[in-house]
Design a binder for this molecule. Structure first.
Ligand code: NAD
Ligand code: ISE
Length: 341
């Protein structure tokens, strides 16, 4: 039986996920879509032979929909996820799970109360081949204990209405999650340094920013966030260990020798750079929903990421090093438990 999916938000990534579910992922189809941009959503509904619904709530509660993908703007996520829990429907919610730790907490409490793991957060870097290889190297012990990580997250240009806060809560939240996953530990403190801002940023936007994190065991992480870098989409990560280092490869693009230059293309944005990661994320999510056993990043992971992002935001506002108070993880979210319910 094909999993019948409803998609809320048919903007850039929503449309890409609809294409992915339709053309790449086996055993699933998009049956319902909704967006406040009605004209675009209706066009997409027609193109993909699905039904347009006036509201996200109607998609979630429709009897025709087995599971939901949320790809609308960040501030809408928490409400739609809570609605999915009310409807007892599986949901893959794009990152961030919510725009505050407080809202994430409400989501975890609602999920625990319903007694079933329904939520997966779209932290797709965990499915990227390069990051998975880095994790294997760390776990093999070959480079010894990780001591430092140097990361870069550059966007060619930001989305419309991008703010200083969003550089962390919408963008660096990927590093916050994937580094915690790579190292298998939570964070202890956060600091944000604001260098000279680019003249190419919208007025009021602090860009670039340097985010400094420390894990509970003392690993030090620096993340450069630069959303107006102009030249392309560039994500880098290097782990420095006691005996060696390991770093993400650059995307495998063909090399061109032309007019005295040996070059390769840098992708313009996330959609091509992480295309395989999104594909794998969706294939595994569809299979795990069918087996009623989720394995991907949980609501707890979404919560911890937001606690960290909130601390980074405070650190920037106050210009201080902010301790990160991690809430105690309920047994419901213990790894061994996840998937058994
Ligand atoms: P976008 O602006 O292109 O699309 C968002 C869409 O949501 C718009 O069409 C908008 O009209 C719609 N929308 C807003 N409020 C709505 C509501 N209440 N009901 C229904 N639709 C609503 O943005 P995007 O780049 O596609 O990003 C969408 C989400 O995906 C964001 O949360 C973003 O953080 C996330 N995202 C994740 C990745 C990733 O790498 N995992 C990449 C891009 C975007
Ligand atoms: C976007 O929402 C994403 O998630 C991309 O992966 C990230 O690079 C970008 O900065 C975000 O705006």
């Amino acid at each position: 039986m094909e999993l019948r999916i409803g998609v809320i938000g048919t903007g850039a990534i929503g449309e890409d996920h609809i294409r992915r579910i339709t053309n790449v992922v086996a055993g699933a189809k998009v049956v319902a879509v909704s967006d406040i941009n009605v004209e675009n959503a209706k066009r997409i509904a027609e193109e993909y032979n699905s039904v347009f619904y006036e509201t996200g709530e109607q998609v979630i509660h429709s009897k025709e929909v087995d599971a939901v993908v949320i790809a609308s703007w960040d501030p809408t996520h928490a409400h739609f996820v809570l609605e999915c829990i009310k409807a007892s429907k599986y949901v893959l919610c794009e990152k961030p799970l919510a725009t505050s730790a407080e809202d994430c907490k409400k989501i975890t409490e609602a999920e625990i109360a319903c007694g079933k793991h329904l939520i997966q957060v779209g932290f797709m870097r965990r499915f990227d081949k390069g990051y998975k290889q880095i994790k294997s190297v760390i776990e093999s012990g070959k480079i010894g204990e990780p001591l430092m990580l140097h990361c870069i997250h550059r966007n060619r240009i930001p989305g419309p209405k991008h703010t200083t806060v969003m550089s962390i809560k919408n963008s660096v939240i990927h590093e916050i999650d994937v580094i915690r996953w790579l190292l298998g530990e939570d964070y202890k403190s956060a600091q944000v340094i604001i260098p000279k801002s680019t003249r190419l940023a919208e007025e009021g936007l602090k860009d670039p920013q340097i985010i400094l994190l420390e894990t509970q065991s003392g690993v030090r992480i620096d993340v450069e966030s630069f959303v107006n870098c102009q030249y392309g989409y560039d994500v880098q990560c290097e782990v420095v260990g006691e005996k060696g280092t390991v770093r993400l490869p650059d995307p495998a693009n063909v090399r061109m020798r032309l007019k005295g230059v040996n070059s390769y293309e840098i992708y313009p944005d996330w959609s091509d750079r992480f295309i395989e990661a999104y594909d794998i994320e969706f294939m595994q999510w569809v299979n795990s929903v069918k087996q009623e056993t989720l394995f991907g990043p949980s609501a707890w992971d979404g919560y911890v990421a937001c606690v960290t992002a909130d601390a980074c935001t405070r650190a920037r506002e106050e210009g201080s090093i902010v301790p990160i108070m991690m809430p105690k993880r309920p047994a419901f979210y213990d790894n061994e438990e996840r998937g058994k319910r």
